[in-house]
Write a protein that binds this ligand. Structure first.
Ligand SMILES: Nc1nc2c(ncn2[C@@H]2O[C@H](COP(=O)(O)OP(=O)(O)OP(=O)(O)O)[C@@H](O)[C@H]2O)c(=O)[nH]1
Ligand SMILES: C[S@@+](CC[C@H](N)C(=O)[O-])C[C@H]1O[C@@H](n2cnc3c(N)ncnc32)[C@H](O)[C@@H]1O
Ligand code: SF4
Length: 295
């Protein structure tokens, strides 16, 4: 989250019932999986009500969270039948975590991770690797995953508005894969790549633990992308990197049909990464920042 973040005015955001109405429209069109990402989903006071509404739809429900505010929503999470939760954790060192996030929440996140690992909810940790920031922790994360029986994914640092991305800071797929194999040798085996999966996964032999790589920059997986994103302010993005958006919330509030807008957005989905060709330096100023997309 940027230091001086400006929160959107409440009236610009979807209310729980509006979110449900829009979700229903997608379900009617065949969507069978919904992931709630945010911003940060648990920053919404009515997240319990949102979970309850979405849990009534015939979809599998998933979340991605920074894991900070999850504690008081544990019952709502269980009641919603949530299938999986991905928790973002970029360091295993409390001081370093504070340096990266500018927040003193390491213990709260670790406590929520420990709780999640006692539930039937599939848990994964997301680690965005940045050279010179947390790349020295790759082996620590692998040890942690094996000791705790928790699957992890290393994510390639991607360019978004205001995140000072550069090609030098990101760690390529090949580089991280080599680190994993150097460390674990034949204790790790590649898993088959499933359609529409973001990660390439490797199984730690003799365990349920997988180590994944999400490599949008060096190994894009756009060819079988089946995702659409709805932002908290009700805009449809046909790609994480799309520069254009379609305003579903205003259409809903005006009583207009949503289907033509959705169809138009899907029709204009670009072949790869929203038509972006990443260069050496940051250049995605026409897209939103990651906190305003939700990942
Ligand atoms: N390029 C690209 N990256 C994505 C996409 N979906 C998720 N990611 C990135 O993958 C990382 C993890 O995202 P999650 O929110 O955990 O979602 P996921 O990878 O779909 O999760 P699973 O369904 O559990 O595999 C984040 O950095 C996302 O931005 C996508 O459609 N395209
Ligand atoms: C943007 S967050 C939103 C959900 C929630 N607030 C969280 O922190 O997990 C979704 C995922 O995107 C990842 N992410 C954030 N910025 C990224 C970047 N520049 N490149 C790659 N992944 C990124 C996060 O680590 C997280 O796992
Ligand atoms: S098309 Fe866009 S949203 Fe889909 S996988 Fe590629 S970058 Fe991600």
């Amino acid at each position: 989250m940027p230091e001086n973040v400006e929160f959107s005015p409440q009236e610009h955001l979807m209310k729980a019932e509006e979110l449900e109405s829009i979700a229903k429209e997608f379900v009617q069109l065949g969507v069978n999986k919904i992931r709630i990402t945010g911003g940060e989903p648990f920053a919404r006071k009515d997240i319990g009500a949102i979970l309850l509404r979405l849990s009534q739809l015939p979809v599998s429900l998933h979340m991605t969270s920074n894991g900070v505010l999850l504690k008081k929503h544990r019952q709502a999470i269980l009641d919603s039948g949530l299938k999986s939760m991905n928790i973002s954790l970029d360091s295993l060192d409390a001081k370093h975590f504070k340096h990266i996030t500018r927040r003193d929440d390491f213990e709260a996140v670790m406590d929520n991770i420990a709780w999640l690992s006692t539930t039937a909810i599939q848990l994964k940790l997301n680690i965005v690797l940045m050279r010179g920031v947390n790349d020295h922790e790759i082996e620590d994360f692998i040890d942690f995953a094996i000791q705790q029986g928790i699957s992890i994914r290393f994510i390639e640092f991607m360019p978004f508005k205001g995140n000072q991305w550069s090609m030098k800071k990101r760690m390529s797929h090949e580089e991280v894969e080599a680190r994993i194999f150097d460390y674990l040798g034949d204790r790790v085996q590649p898993l088959p790549h499933l359609p529409h999966e973001t990660s390439r996964n490797y199984q730690v032999v003799g365990s349920d633990v997988s180590i994944g790589l999400i490599s949008t920059v060096s190994k894009p997986f756009c060819a079988d992308c089946n995702r659409l994103r709805l932002t908290a302010d009700g805009k449809l993005k046909n790609c994480l990197f799309s520069q254009s958006e379609n305003d579903l919330l205003t259409a809903l509030r005006n009583g207009e049909a949503l289907y033509p807008i959705i169809a138009d957005s899907v029709y204009h989905k670009k072949k790869e990464r929203g038509g972006e060709d990443f260069g050496e330096e940051q250049h995605t100023e026409n897209n939103r920042s990651m906190v305003r997309i939700g990942g």
